[in-house]
Ligand binder design. Structure first.
Ligand code: TXA
Ligand code: MG
Length: 333
């Protein structure tokens, strides 16, 4: 594997070389503004198959394509409606994936045999340049073994892939830290299939209406973001009730860890605590969420207890991820 350090400077010539290899079907770990992706030429089905293999990804779970222009969108998708154009105009480039009707050029391995394709235009210098220099759409799921948390820092995921990929580009922690919002327009109404940084409120402003339908992804029956330690999520609108509940569960364990919002950290006296950031700065909470989960799992413990948050604004996306993490162990009081 060839490692490129781009934490300070982005070396264009190096990126060009990597982009040309991607075009030829080599695999690269690289940053986007949301999470790290594992990418290859999205038009090369043999290359895409390698991504499924090394992630252990179910072939029924389609992979999105990253593009850098509307021309590329139109090369891949057809029958694009006015509302779809409007959404792309508003949110491309950015943490936004739109599910569109695919053209025949898109290999069926990308779409898991369906007639739609997920397209995103990332807003990250390195990702943009890789697409620009390779001149192909890059197939790029999140860079994690299927079922494990996404990677927002290269060091969190490199060990899982270093002997299976050709390139790894390190640019430090990603800006946003949570995967893109996925939207599909159905009967001329925008449906959010996965909440993310672009909130329902923002989409409603552009689309006039929005439906949140977060259990309709092809991957929704699969497990996501699983940690090696048992995890329970607790939420109550009443902060004191939430804290008391977490404390009472913690008592039953030898070595509990609590992931607490900054404002509540002081209420937990006896146990190990990871401060996940302020309730009033959910951007920061999102940015660090996956690395905080990984940090918690590295500490030896018998339970990870996590504070929940109101499903509003970015809180919706954060709770979506945490509900997956805790795998049904959710207590709402
Ligand atoms: O921010 C992101 O979207 C990151 C970065 C790397 O771009 N990528 C990412 O990819 O999160 P992945 O593969 O981990 O998640 C993509 C989701 C999957 O749940 C998949 O089922 C869904 O998008 N998806 C892909 N193509 C689809 C399609 N044609 N129809 C419905 N869902 C689709
Ligand atoms: Mg993923």
């Amino acid at each position: 594997m060839y490692y490129l350090d781009a934490t300070n400077l982005i070396n264009d010539n190096e990126l060009k070389k990597i982009a040309l290899s991607i075009k030829k079907g080599k695999l690269a770990l690289f940053p986007t503004e949301t999470v790290y992706g594992i990418g290859t030429n999205g038009l090369d089905q043999n290359a895409v198959k390698k991504i499924y293999d090394i992630k252990g990804r179910n072939f029924n779970n389609p992979i999105n394509l990253l593009v850098n222009s509307m021309e590329m969108v139109e090369m891949l998708a057809q029958n694009i409606t006015n509302l779809e154009y409007k959404l792309m105009k508003a949110f491309f480039p950015g943490p936004f994936t739109l599910i569109l009707k695919k053209k025949p050029i898109v290999p069926s391995i990308i779409t898991a045999g369906s007639d739609t394709v997920g397209i995103r235009m990332p807003n990250n210098e390195i990702a943009k340049k890789l697409i620009q220099y390779s001149k192909v759409p890059i197939a790029a799921p999140s860079a994690n073994i299927s079922g494990r948390p996404s990677g927002t820092k290269l060091e969190d995921i490199l060990d899982d892939f270093s002997d299976k990929i050709d390139f790894a580009i390190n640019s430090g922690a990603t800006n946003l830290g949570m995967e893109s919002t996925i939207v599909k327009v159905i009967n001329n109404i925008a449906h959010i299939l996965r909440p993310g940084n672009i909130t329902p409120e923002q989409i409603k402003k552009v689309a006039g209406n929005v439906i949140i339908e977060t259990s309709h992804l092809p991957s929704d029956h699969l497990k996501h973001y699983q940690l090696n330690t048992r995890t329970t999520l607790v939420y109550s609108k009443d902060k004191n009730k939430m804290i008391e509940k977490i404390k009472s569960i913690a008592k039953n364990y030898k070595n509990p860890i609590i992931l607490s919002f900054f404002e509540d950290c002081d209420y937990y006296h006896t146990t190990k605590i990871i401060d996940i950031g302020s309730k009033y700065n959910l951007q920061e909470v999102s940015k660090n969420l996956f690395s905080n989960l990984k940090k918690a799992e590295k500490i030896k413990s018998d339970i990870i207890l996590i504070e929940g948050i109101k499903k509003q604004g970015l809180g919706l996306a954060i709770m979506n991820r945490l509900l997956n993490v805790c795998n049904g162990n959710f207590i709402e009081i």
